[in-house]
Design a protein around this ligand. Structure first.
Ligand SMILES: [Cu+2]
Length: 323
């Protein structure tokens, strides 16, 4: 994960040491936590020997705080999206490669993070369509995945990965994707604390704050009853991605605690710590797994602002703001 995001997802060992998510969030020096999280988030502690992490921490050349996903090229790597256009509502294949700009060759060695070498997120610019995909890599470094996007419009593709080189950092590269057809972009969905997906009610508690870690807790219910048997998905009880409205800056947040650590329960709550890179509106996408199926609950949140009041439109201002 990108250093600049200061995502305070905590390493397994670290979280276990401090006992609870609350304790971790409350007692760690934020600077230390942020620095540590930047090393941990992209790759679980289980994936890397401590020595490697030490080396990474002292490495120079850290990015100057730009959120992930905004650039097609960063840190010497470029995302080459070979299929920059697909048709709305049609099965398609996305193909791409991560190119080492020094050698102009496709990268073929990646570190595994949450069971995968690369996580691909596809989101529409209006943040109403979201996909979390796991493409397959051919030996030559070309990645591909089937995808079907229902709505036409502008999309962004995010490749979240860590090249398997010394002192490597997690990177999220982003590239634009056009989906042809009749586009009718939607306004950002309004802020709701509870959303329903496939009969599951998911409630968000907590606020996203700019420049400071804060806890977000998501509670999953089904038929009015708390779900207490969430299943691990890629090693966690939930995966949360936040995209900033306006430019789709990307934050990948992992839960506080993980399955099998002796204190993290399989629901109904999944807790995360995240730091927004700025004030403004974000769309949060929570992937969770239950009864063998992964579902995504999406929330609009505003960082650094109180939730917009549900007021009656003022005189002379229609709700639709027509022109
Ligand atoms: Cu993934």
């Amino acid at each position: 994960m990108h250093t600049g995001l200061k995502i305070s997802a905590f390493a397994v060992g670290l979280a276990a040491t401090f006992g609870s998510a609350y304790a971790v969030g409350g007692t760690l020096d934020p600077a230390v936590a942020a620095k540590d999280a930047s090393q941990q988030d992209g790759h679980g502690a289980k994936d890397h020997p401590a020595a490697e992490k030490e080396a990474a921490e002292t490495s120079a050349g850290e990015s100057p705080g730009l959120p992930g996903g905004l650039q097609v090229s960063e840190g010497g790597y470029a995302l080459d999206l070979r299929t920059p256009r697909v048709e709305a509502g049609e099965p398609a294949e996305l193909r791409f490669a991560v190119v080492d700009e020094g050698t102009s060759r496709n990268v073929t060695a990646f570190r595994t993070d949450h069971g995968k070498e690369l996580h691909l997120i596809v989101a529409s610019s209006d943040l109403t369509t979201y996909r979390h995909l796991h493409p397959v890599r051919a030996a030559d470094g070309t990645w591909s995945t089937p995808v079907e996007l229902p709505e036409a419009g502008g999309y962004r593709v995010f490749a979240d990965f860590t090249p398997d080189v010394r002192n490597a950092e997690g990177l999220t590269l982003g590239a634009d994707l056009a989906v042809s057809g009749d586009a009718s972009p939607e306004p950002l969905p309004r802020e709701e604390r509870t959303v329903t997906v496939d009969g599951y009610e998911v409630t968000l508690d907590g606020a996203l704050r700019p420049g400071a870690g804060s806890e977000l807790e998501l509670e999953v219910e089904k038929d009015g009853r708390p779900v207490t048997d969430l299943q691990p998905y890629l090693g966690e009880y939930g995966h949360l991605v936040a995209l900033r409205a306006g430019d789709l800056a990307y934050l990948h947040v992992h839960p506080n605690g993980e399955p099998g650590d002796g204190r993290t329960k399989p629901g109904p709550e999944v807790s995360f710590t995240a730091t927004a890179p700025s004030k403004g509106a974000y769309r949060l996408f929570l992937d969770f797994r239950h009864e063998g199926k992964v579902r995504t609950a999406a929330f609009t949140v505003h960082a650094g602002e109180s939730a917009p009041q549900k007021s009656v439109p003022e005189e002379g201002e229609s709700a639709g703001h027509g022109h």
